[in-house]
Design a binder for this molecule. Sequence first.
Ligand SMILES: [Zn+2]
Length: 133
Amino acid sequence: MCSELRDYWLNDGKSAFSKRIYNYNWPSYKLNGVILSKITTTWYHQIACGRGRFRERMNLFDPSISPTCRFGCPANETVDHIFTSCPHLVVSRADLKIQCTSFDLRYNLKSLFTDPRLQIPVERFLLTLISHT
Ligand SMILES: [Zn+2]
C-alpha cells in the first residue's frame, strides 16, 4: 500500500510544494517527541505538507482575509515570503540560519522541515508569526 500511495503522490500535480521538502522515496521518518506547543507543531506539519496557514492561501477560502503579509509588506504572505524575504523577519530568520549552520545544513525549506533538530527553532519562528495576527 505504501508504494501505491507514493506512486499516487509522485504523479499528483497538486503535491509540487511537498516534493520541494520531502524526498521522492519517502524514507521512514520518526516524528519528534518534543514540541514547543500544540499550535506551533500543527503549523509546522501543515507547512511541511503545503497547507500552511499563510494569508495568500487563507484568502482562497475566505476572500475577506487579505492575502498580503501580516507585517504590512506589499507582498502576498506565502511560505517563500515568510521564510526568505519578509523584511520584518530578518532577525528571526537569522536565528534559524545560525541553527542550520551549527548543524552544517543549508538554510532551505527541506532542512527546516525535515531535520528534527530544527523543529523547535522553526516552531519558535512560527510563534513569532502566530503572535502577530
Ligand atoms: Zn512580509
